[in-house]
Design a protein around this ligand. Structure first.
Ligand code: CIZ
Length: 303
């Protein structure tokens, strides 16, 4: 038996012994997505995991995603196989910085992207995902709103709402690396292809998109659209799932720089160790969890 096959078998055996569910974010390595019980975006995965009777959730993603699972499943143990898999975008605003920002803008409501720490969610009025951000913003009675932490998602929402957004200047380094000239080159080489972009991309890139959506939204769009070729403006890991689910279609990555190294920290050996030794546990203090859950629940109720 090859090492890889043995590794997979051992992981699946431990998963059964621990009554665990393995979640893989759409940006994970192919072998991690293949062994997981489900793949998807962080909120959808956390919601699905909360509905299972698993005792353990192994979140193959980055830190804030495992925290989201812990917020939604306080009675389950949440493991993150690579404890150093952080998210530079989520780290761009801390709870202290958000409290200061709120003081500078008294009375304004805060919409925070799910791509934030639990502590930041706890300081927010409501959360949003990249697919429901416009709806969330429009659901608020206020005319002026604080939006954090992604400036590109904020600018994209600003174009589609009458409300005035005060936007925190954070960004996802991976999406920000995709350049307009790379998109134009890919479009020239594949004139029939549709360009689907994540709203965390820069406005200069988004203006060329045929469709702007979250990772889950990309799966839906590709499934429902008749085109044979797609240029994908998001992290490269998503191509694995897109190709698997759409064998007759072609997917083009417009830039080799669309790689999130934090997402790639999770490997099969680390997944095995995590399950075997029940490490690394991600937990959220109950006082923060309860407040963060309110912000997440408000979003779920309106979308
Ligand atoms: O929350 C997620 O999963 C993120 C950050 C992106 C997406 O669009 O799925």
């Amino acid at each position: 038996m090859s090492y890889q096959v043995e590794l997979r078998e051992r992981i699946l055996e431990l998963k059964r012994d621990r009554n665990a569910v393995i979640l893989a974010h759409n940006y994970q390595k192919g072998e991690i997505q293949d062994i997981a019980d489900m793949h998807g975006d962080s909120l959808a995965l956390s919601r699905k995991a909360a509905e299972t009777d698993a005792d353990v959730i192994v979140f193959c993603g980055v830190h804030f995603m495992a925290e989201s699972a812990a917020i939604l499943s306080p009675d389950k143990t949440v493991l993150l196989p690579a404890p150093d898999a952080g998210c530079p975008l989520a780290d761009m605003i801390t709870a202290d910085q958000l409290r200061e920002w709120k003081k500078e803008h008294p009375g304004l409501s805060v919409v925070s992207y799910v791509n934030t720490s639990a502590a930041v969610k706890a300081e927010s009025d409501i959360c949003c995902t990249s697919s429901n951000a416009v709806k969330v913003v429009n659901s608020l009675p206020d005319n002026k709103i604080l939006f954090c932490p992604d400036r590109n998602l904020g600018r994209y929402v600003q174009e589609l709402t009458e409300k005035e957004l005060v936007i925190w200047p954070g960004c996802c380094a991976t999406h920000a690396r995709l350049r307009e000239d790379e998109v134009l080159k890919a479009k020239k080489e594949h004139p029939e292809a549709l360009f689907v972009a994540h709203p965390e991309c820069e406005p200069s890139v988004l203006k060329h998109a045929d469709h702007i959506t979250s990772t889950s939204g990309m799966f839906t769009y590709v499934k429902e659209t008749g085109a044979e070729e797609y240029i994908i403006g998001t992290e490269m890991g998503i191509l694995h799932g897109l190709k698997k689910e759409n064998p007759g279609k072609t997917f083009i990555l417009p830039s080799p720089a669309l790689v999130c190294l934090n997402m790639k920290r999770i490997t099969l050996p680390k997944l095995l160790t995590s399950l075997k030794e029940k490490v690394h546990v991600i937990s959220v203090p109950e006082e923060i969890r309860k407040r963060a859950w309110i912000a997440v629940k408000r979003m779920i109720e309106i979308v």
